[in-house]
Design a protein around this ligand. Structure first.
Ligand code: LMR
Length: 348
């Protein structure tokens, strides 16, 4: 009897041991599989402040598609638009900290970090789409990106939105004197603020996502932006005058967190860079088309009065802005100004 009980206990112990071995074995096996899968999937969290249906919103989507296609799904770009994660004020810091991996702020907002980029914000420095294309895709773009000295970020490229226009709730903005005493929203950046100061106007710096509300409640009189941003953020609905002035250019620096970038395998970096080159080419064409089409939509859908700046009026604005040209020339030199005005690789 004792022998029989011992035999049963031994059998039970062996079976229990076998069960635990199998169970734990299979558990750790599936855990390893999961870990492998996690390692092979890289996620890029890409944050921006505009709507989906804008040159930057669409470029971000195109980039995500191309990255997924080229890496066969290994790299996933998650897009957070309309400032849902971070606004203009905090997206750069979030990128530096690695809380997000990519952003594409306008270069105006980065002048504190890259002082030479002041040149890009000079009024009327850009006059032709072919010029903007050459600056943002050619040799000059590489030179501009190499001016980023922040060790926490790397520049991957430039995207375009297009030429900026002026709007106001008070008067048509045609002569420099028309600006006097009016208050305009500006995005962060010293050159844009100085441009309005020379026009004897007041400025308030604020995030893009706040502009509609302050215009609607008439806390400010006007603002400057591209037709696409004026359309997608419905700013035209709360303004009475729109001047097609093409006085400034809104472009974006696409940036990635440096540590994240350095830790990517070489082949993945190359595929992402290729996706960036293809997206940039696509974005340059798409932004021109989009701004033209959205001007028609604004014309169709609102009573806003649309004015076109004449060559004579433009010359008067330029004269007003001369001190700003002089200041920037003293700070960054005439060579860079000339290079942006007349890029050697422009296809005319
Ligand atoms: C703005 O602040 O008006 C723009 O820079 C927004 C954007 O990203 O296009």
């Amino acid at each position: 009897m004792t022998k029989y009980i011992s035999f049963c206990l031994l059998t039970l112990a062996l079976l229990t041991g076998y069960y635990f071995y199998q169970y734990n074995g299979s558990q750790s096996l599936s855990y390893d599989d999961e870990q492998e899968e996690l390692k092979s999937h890289i996620t890029i969290r890409f944050s921006h402040v505009v709507a989906e249906n804008t040159p930057k919103g669409l470029a971000a989507q195109k980039f995500a598609e191309l990255v997924s296609e080229k890496t066969k799904g290994q790299v996933k770009v998650e897009i957070y638009q309309n400032g849902v994660l971070y606004s203009d004020d905090d997206e750069y810091e979030a990128l530096q900290n690695g809380d997000i991996q990519m952003i594409a702020p306008s270069f105006s907002k980065l002048i504190d970090t890259v002082p030479e980029w002041k040149v890009l914000d000079l009024p009327f420095i850009f006059e032709r789409e072919t010029q903007a294309k050459a600056v943002f895709t050619g040799e000059t773009s590489e030179q501009l990106l190499s001016m980023i000295t922040d060790p926490k970020v790397t520049g991957l490229g430039f995207w375009s939105n297009g030429f900026k226009q002026m709007t106001s709730n008070k008067t048509a903005l045609l002569e420099p004197d028309d600006f006097q005493g009016q208050t305009f929203r500006v995005m962060p950046g010293p050159i844009i603020a100085e441009q309005f100061r020379l026009l004897k106007a007041n400025t308030i710096v604020m995030s893009f996502n706040e502009v509609y509300q302050v215009l609607e409640t008439k806390k400010i009189d006007g603002q400057e932006n591209t037709l696409s941003n004026i359309y997608s953020n419905r700013l035209y609905k709360v303004q009475q005058h729109l001047t097609i002035s093409n006085h400034g250019y809104l472009g974006y620096a696409v940036m990635v967190n440096q540590e994240f970038w350095e830790n990517l395998p070489d082949d993945i970096q190359k595929k992402i860079q290729q996706a960036m080159i293809e997206t940039t080419k696509w974005n340059m064409k798409e932004s021109v088309h989009m701004n033209a089409q959205q001007l028609q939509e604004i014309q169709k859908n609102s009573p806003i009065q649309i004015h076109y700046l004449t060559e004579q009026q433009k010359q008067k604005w330029l004269q007003t802005f001369q001190p700003l040209y002089q200041k920037v020339e003293n700070e960054v030199g005439n060579e860079l100004i000339k290079q942006i005005q007349f890029p050697s690789d422009e296809e005319r």
